[in-house]
Design a protein around this ligand. Structure first.
Ligand code: SAH
Length: 218
C-alpha cells in the first residue's frame, strides 16, 4: 500500500512539473529518479514531493521543484558539459545537474550545508559532483571556463566575475532583482560578440551574500 502511495506521489510530482512547463524528457526523468527526501530533514521529508520550497539548515531553502526543472531545462545540458552551480543549499539541484552533465562543481558559503550536501550526494553515488565550501560570488576561477553556470541565489545584478568564467557558447541561468521578495529568472548566452539575454519569468530566491558564512562549527 505504501508503495502505491509512493508511486502516486511521484506521478503527481511529475504532472506538477509538466504543468509548470517542464517538458524536457531528460530533465523530467532525472527529477523522477532523484529522491528529494534525501535532501531534507525531519518532518519536511514527508512533503518532499509537493511542488514547494522547504526550509533546510542555516536559514536557507531547498528550491521549488518546478523552478529547479525550469532552470535545468533552460541550461540545455548535455553529457559533455562542465557545470558550475552557486548555492549548493541541500544539494538537490546539484544532483539533478549531475545526472545530465559530465561534471558539476557546486559552491556553498555555509559549511554545515556543504557537508550535509556532500553526504547526501555520496549516498546516491553521484560521483561527478564536487561540493566546495567557499564564496560563490567569486565563481571558481581554478576550474573555469564552464559550459554552464547556474546561480540559485538572487543577485541584484549579473555578477561580472561569473560571466567571465563562462565559455563562449555557454549558458548561464540566474535570478536577478533589486528586491528580496521577487526576482526575474534570466538566461544569458555568451556569444563571440557579447551576451544574449532572455527573460524566463518571476521567481523567489534567497539572496546571494558575499563571503563565506561564520557558522558555529558542528
Ligand atoms: N540549489 C539549492 C537551493 C539553494 S538556496 C538546493 O537545491 O537546495 C541558496 C543557497 O545559496 C543557500 O544555501 C545560500 O547559503 C547559498 N549562497 C548564498 N550566497 C552564496 C555565495 N556567495 N556563495 C555560495 N553560496 C551562497
Amino acid at each position: 500500500m505504501e508503495e502505491e502511495d509512493d508511486i502516486d506521489r511521484r506521478m503527481q510530482f511529475v504532472l506538477a512539473l509538466r504543468r509548470h512547463g517542464v517538458i524536457d524528457r531528460d530533465v523530467l526523468a532525472a527529477m523522477e529518479t532523484t529522491p528529494r527526501e534525501a535532501f531534507l530533514e525531519g518532518i519536511f521529508r514527508e512533503r518532499a514531493y509537493q511542488d514547494t520550497p522547504l526550509p533546510i539548515a542555516c536559514g536557507q531553502t531547498i528550491s521549488q521543484p518546478s523552478v529547479v526543472g525550469l532552470m535545468t531545462q533552460a541550461l540545455e545540458l548535455d553529457r559533455r558539459c562542465k557545470v558550475l552551480e552557486i548555492g549548493t543549499g541541500s544539494g538537490y539541484q546539484a544532483a539533478i545537474l549531475a545526472k545530465l552533465a559530465r561534471r558539476v562543481y557546486t559552491v556553498e558559503r555555509h559549511k554545515p550545508l556543504a557537508q550535509a550536501a556532500r553526504r547526501a550526494l555520496e549516498k546516491l553515488e553521484l560521483a561527478n559532483v564536487i561540493v566546495v565550501h567557499g564564496d560563490g560570488a567569486l565563481g571558481l576561477p581554478e576550474q573555469a571556463p564552464f559550459d554552464r553556470i547556474l546561480v540559485t541565489a538572487a543577485a541584484e545584478d549579473t555578477p561580472r566575475l561569473l560571466v567571465d568564467q563562462l565559455r563562449i557558447g555557454g549558458i548561464m541561468v540566474l535570478p536577478v532583482g533589486q528586491t528580496a521578495t521577487v526576482q526575474t529568472l534570466i538566461k544569458i548566452t555568451r556569444t563571440e560578440d557579447g551576451l544574449d539575454y532572455a527573460d524566463l519569468g518571476e521567481v523567489r530566491f534567497v539572496p546571494l551574500v558575499e563571503g563565506v558564512a561564520s557558522d558555529v562549527s558542528k
